[in-house]
Design a protein around this ligand. Structure first.
Ligand code: GLC
Ligand code: GLC
Length: 819
């Protein structure tokens, strides 16, 4: 039995970490609207508003030594002992440690020498701030005289320039300090000129001191585990002038035996309209002391009304508890939309808590900010966000609706797409541009899922611009039509879709031909002119999503025959030119040579085309999907899941691009790219193979992880990649949290295994389960109705003979269905 670092607490919907030295920082996300925080099990991480690149509030040092440097730290000085509730950064051994990651909150508790410190972190609904409720309790029999220091390090807003433009940003930092019944440190760098936003860090009491200059607080040659102010036993009341502004409060307190005291810290962000940016010098309360970096020459005192409102609102424990209860009530409500009861505790846990939670996080973050995504590289991905919203749409459909409009607004008039856009501006990202020929199809995927969930056809009439250009608006339905045609208008010599820069596999760069180590595979110019590079993955995607589009048209009584004819043609092209004998080919390269064929020495078979063509059941009469599944099981599968391709490439292939740059067994080169395992699982359910589907589902689902040391990353969420069978350490996970795996496995388990499928006709019950699953009950709130469906499987079947359709009707309905 390998070592464990924590366990699930299902009743509280928490993962409980009991050893701070996890094999990698195990993190959580605070906030699910505009204000976010990433928080590790030792308090590391940072905050941002809407956009992890352009509105970074606190600083983080990625890939640092030691790992996970900088966060929200509290230092407690008790006699000669200095310690932190979350163990880091002092790493003083604790008598007790526990971190509970819950749904958008984290509670870290440490105990040392009879003092317990418990910190609850969360972002209240509708508030642009992280609340930190710190409770200090004296559990000893003696009076305790303690000193408390807080620590947060400001980021100068743009996380990219903050990490590189030191000649400027080491001179610009400015703060204000407000001392009264509460103490707030304001970060106002660049506020006097173009910025209309500021950040603040407050505590709900007067303090004995403060620091706002990092060097003064920490000491230039000290680490965060030995800040010189803490070692000296008092702060230095420093005022930041450039360099690195921070916020630290210093509080002295006494606790009688058994006594507890709460401190409420608020780390927030506020925006002011241009004409209300500055204070008119009528100070709003007495006992007020204001200090600013510029002192008396400062003509630009922040108008703090918006921050003060939040600080006042959360002045009491009661207010914090009420806001925390509201957050928990929201999660009660969100999770009540789909709930399963079965004898399988681990499945219940994935379905009822963690998979749904991760879908919210990927919906909010896309691929922008995690401990593997720096927040500066990527904004919202076109394909990523469409997939994410399919996992989330049942939770808050109105937000999915807005997302669809935002995404579609970045499209080009020919249906092509910006590959990414920035959440702050909602504009397409020119650095990466477009040309990924799978992108348009994902809009069909996202939009049709939204309408099946909500029945809201009105979204199709929304007028949506091209490339955010006012005056270019056409209906969303027209965007869908043009998206469909983007594939039809870009077919290659075999009548299969041209791949463009890449398809879903960003690293299969068939037109890139890069021999310059200084250029990026993702952004460099492509040789598309004269290219014969075609993608079987897009072919399957087109057939699958194209049919979803046709179903929508039919539900709207619109003609769909021309689209159906194109889909039919595509199926024929795949049967004729996309079949390798035992499995679907992956692609044709620039010259028209096969990729993913038994004729190739490496990369003989790929997962994406088996998944997509299998889901779309192309060549079903010829037995193709079943054969492809058998081949995938034989050649791609392993103990930890199916690898992306096999054998992995061991040399660089200029005609394949980035995929062949990864060491064998990692990422897109033979890694278990969790995202595409669910495609195969769905293809299995489409083939009626419930036992196989269940086996593969369990291989990659976090609740079944046995070896936490090997898996390394969080055992409660999916990660993008697990090292494949050809890697040095098969089974080692990387890139946790932000992956389409969350949405896809949600589809797998909720719709394809448990089989509750929203359709235009009604709720279709079409399970494909392991034969030993004898019974389960799903409660599904769908539109204004609630269905309680009990499935009985007395005869050990895997699928029903025919699916049952439950008509849509508002109200509560109970059904028992026997397989
Ligand atoms: C990453 C990207 C996604 C891409 C996948 C495969 O997860 O976010 O867009 O499809 O990698 O390359
Ligand atoms: C995907 C891939 C990664 C690649 C990136 C480029 O995330 O997994 O390897 O660098 O796409 O956008």
């Amino acid at each position: 039995m390998s070592k464990t670092y924590g366990h699930f607490d299902d009743a509280n919907r928490e993962y409980v970490i009991t050893d701070p030295k996890t094999p990698f920082p195990w993190i959580n996300y605070l906030g699910n609207e505009d204000f976010f925080g990433l928080i590790s099990n030792t308090g590391g991480g940072y905050n941002f508003y809407k956009d992890a690149k352009f509105r970074r509030i606190t600083r983080y040092r990625y890939n640092s030594v030691p790992m996970d440097s900088v966060g929200r730290y509290f230092y407690i000085v008790d006699g000669a002992t200095v310690w932190n509730p979350g163990w880091k950064p002092c790493k003083t051994p604790l008598d007790r440690y526990e971190c509970r990651h819950g749904l958008n909150y984290t509670r870290i508790t440490g105990e040392k020498n009879g003092v317990r410190a418990s910190v609850l972190h969360f972002v209240p609904l509708g508030v642009k701030a992280e609340i930190q409720r710190l409770t200090l309790t004296n559990r000893s029999s003696e009076k305790k005289c303690l000193k408390l220091f807080s620590y947060a390090e400001w980021c100068l807003w743009n996380a990219a320039t903050d990490g590189e433009n030191f000649q400027r940003n080491l001179s610009t930092g400015e703060v204000e300090i407000e001392r009264g019944e509460w103490t707030a440190i304001y970060h106002k760098t660049e506020y006097k000129e173009r910025r209309d936003h500021y950040a603040y860090y407050s505590v709900n009491c007067p303090v004995q001191g403060y620091d706002t200059d990092r060097e003064t607080f920490v000491g230039l040659y000290n680490d965060l585990n030995e800040p010189q102010a803490v070692l000296a036993g008092h702060s230095a009341d420093s005022l930041a002038h450039g360099w690195s502004p921070i916020a630290s409060h210093y509080i002295e307190l006494e606790l009688a035996p058994g006594e507890s005291r709460d401190f409420i810290f608020v780390l927030g962000y506020a925006e002011n309209p241009q004409d209300e940016k500055f204070e008119n010098h009528q100070l709003p309360f007495t006992n007020y002391q204001l200090l600013t970096s510029l002192g008396e020459r400062d003509h630009h005192i922040i108008n703090k009304a918006r921050a003060q409102e939040v600080i006042r609102r959360f002045a009491t424990v009661e207010a914090v508890e009420a806001a925390f209860a509201e957050l928990n009530a929201l999660w009660d409500e969100l999770l009540s939309k789909y709930h399963v009861e079965s004898s399988d505790e681990r499945m219940n846990r994935m379905v009822n808590i963690w998979n749904q939670y991760q879908c919210m996080i990927t919906f909010c973050m896309s691929r922008s900010a995690s401990f593997f995504e720096s927040g500066v590289g990527r904004g919202m991905g076109f394909r990523d966000s469409n997939q994410d919203l399919v996992g989330f749409v049942h939770q808050i459909p109105s937000r999915a609706r807005q997302r669809i409009i935002d995404i579609a607004s970045t499209q080009f008039p020919d249906g092509g797409c910006y590959h990414q856009y920035q959440p702050l501006t909602k504009r397409g990202n020119n650095d990466i541009g477009g040309g990924f020929n799978d992108d348009p199809m994902w809009l069909l995927f996202g939009t049709t899922a939204y309408i099946r969930e909500t029945g809201d056809m009105s979204i199709l009439d929304e007028m949506v611009p091209w490339d955010n250009e006012p005056g270019t608006e056409v209906s969303l339905l027209e965007h869908l039509r043009i998206s469909f045609n983007h594939v039809v208008n870009n077919l290659g010599p075999h009548g299969l879709p041209l791949i463009g820069r890449a398809d879903w596999n960003d690293c299969l760069n068939l037109n890139c031909f890069s021999n310059d180590p200084n250029e990026s595979f993702q952004t460099t110019g492509n040789k598309t002119e004269g290219s014969k590079a075609e993608s079987l993955m897009i072919a399957g995607l087109f057939v699958f999503c194209g049919r979803q589009f046709c179903d929508l048209l039919k539900a709207k009584n619109l003609p769909s025959d021309t689209f159906e004819a194109e889909i039919e043609k595509m199926c024929k092209a795949v049967e004729q030119f996309g079949w390798d004998g035992e499995w679907y080919l992956r692609a044709y390269d620039y010259y028209g040579n096969k990729v993913g064929s038994h004729e190739n020495e490496e990369g003989k078979i790929f997962i994406e085309s088996q998944g997509w063509c299998g889901m779309a059941r192309i060549g079903a009469e010829l037995g193709m999907p079943e054969k492809a599944l058998d081949s995938a099981a034989k050649l791609l599968d392993s103990e930890h899941g199916m690898v992306l391709n096999w054998p992995a490439y061991t040399t660089y292939h200029i005609e394949l691009g980035e995929q062949s740059t990864y060491p064998a067994g990692y990422k897109e080169n033979g890694g278990i790219f969790c995202h595409n395992n669910p495609w195969v699982i769905i293809a299995m359910t489409e083939a009626g193979r419930g036992n196989d589907a269940w086996t593969l589902y369990k291989k990659i689902a976090p609740a079944w992880i046995e070896n936490q040391d090997l898996h390394k990353v969080e055992p409660y969420v999916y990660c993008q990649m697990v090292a494949g069978k050809e890697a040095a350490k098969p089974g080692e996970g990387k890139n946790s949290w932000l992956t389409g795996t969350a949405a896809w496995n949600w589809l797998v388990i909720s719709q394809h295994i448990l089989g509750i499928q929203p359709t235009y006709e009604g709720l279709r019950v079409n399970p494909c389960i392991p034969s030993d699953l004898k019974q389960y009950t799903v409660t599904r709130k769908w539109r204004d109705a609630e269905y309680v469906i009990t499935l009985l499987n007395p005869n050990g079947k895997q699928t029903p003979d025919t699916p049952v359709i439950l008509p849509y009707e508002p109200g509560k309905h109970e059904y028992t269905i026997t397989l």
